[in-house]
Ligand binder design. Structure first.
Ligand SMILES: Nc1ncnc2c1ncn2[C@@H]1O[C@H](COP(=O)(O)OP(=O)(O)O)[C@@H](O)[C@H]1O
Ligand SMILES: [Mg+2]
Length: 245
């Protein structure tokens, strides 16, 4: 039996205001270690709200959420930050790299901010992570000297530095061309297969969704579908071979 990573029960988020916004309502599901899933739904349906709660960036106003066996529904901000650091890797639509720093420094940035030095150990860890993402040898380059697709791969490397069991990606290919989109998808799949990392990927790209093993659909803040995708194809092209790291 796979370990259960996420248990959401009646999860909800209401944004207060003169007219409160019910962004998420009654969302219940379980998600296991090693799963590879997409979250789809119209703009404004509540996908980012859900991801932000799963990623401990935001707190639910209703229901309960267990992450890695811990009840995180109502924990305080320092515990939240520590657990996020341990359990979650985030990939966003925009890479948020710091242009004046090297690739290596960008990947190490969360650790540097936490007060670590870029010593031999940390450098080794960064370079191993860059290797897995097919970015060997780019560590010394300036973040600005990379293509859009490479920048997003560096952002993925940064998200994987702590080897989190769960990666949450919010429209990670929304800003990329088809070729770079496929490269990102292949990387996610490879990391999922090689390390057993779980992925929840918010996407507008139907083809990408169709290549995942499970598809969640959010409509008007509710979980409207949760289907196993038995027809998941490994790559976009039927004959294609997934890129190896
Ligand atoms: N910080 C916020 N304050 C108030 N309303 C918000 C906030 N963030 C999102 N919303 C509203 O919550 C709903 C869901 O938004 P969101 O989760 O961003 O949707 P999606 O990611 O699917 O496009 C929308 O109606 C949006 O306007
Ligand atoms: Mg969104």
């Amino acid at each position: 039996m796979a370990e259960t990573l996420v248990v959401a029960e009646g999860l909800g988020r209401v944004y207060p205001g003169a007219v409160p916004t019910v962004a998420l309502e009654g969302v219940s599901f379980q998600f296991d270690a090693g799963e590879f899933a997409a979250i789809v739904g119209r703009s404004g349906s509540g996908k980012s709200t859900l991801l932000n709660m799963l990623g401990l960036l935001d707190t639910p106003t209703h229901g309960s959420l267990m992450l890695g066996g811990r009840d995180v529904s109502r924990i305080g901000s320092s515990e939240r930050a520590a657990l996020r650091n341990e359990l979650i890797g985030f990939v966003f639509q925009y890479h948020h790299l710091l242009p004046e720093f090297s690739v290596r420094e960008n990947v190490a940035m969360p650790a540097l901010i936490a007060g670590r030095r870029l010593d031999a150990d940390l450098t080794k860890r960064v370079d191993e992570t860059l290797d897995v993402l097919g970015l060997s040898g780019l560590g010394g380059k300036g973040a600005n000297d990379l293509s859009g697709g490479q920048k997003q791969r560096v952002a993925i490397a940064r998200a994987l530095m702590n080897r989190p069991p769960l990666v949450l990606a919010d429209e990670p290919t929304g800003n990329l061309d088809t070729e770079s989109t496929d490269a990102v998808y292949d990387l996610f799949r490879t990391v999922n297969r090689e390390w057993g990392t779980s992925f929840l990927i918010v996407t507008h790209d139907q083809e990408i969704a169709s290549m995942t093993d499970r598809i969640f659909e959010i409509a008007d803040g509710k979980l409207s579908q949760d289907v196993r995708n038995e027809f998941a194809r490994p790559t976009r092209s039927p004959s294609g071979d997934p890129a190896r790291p």
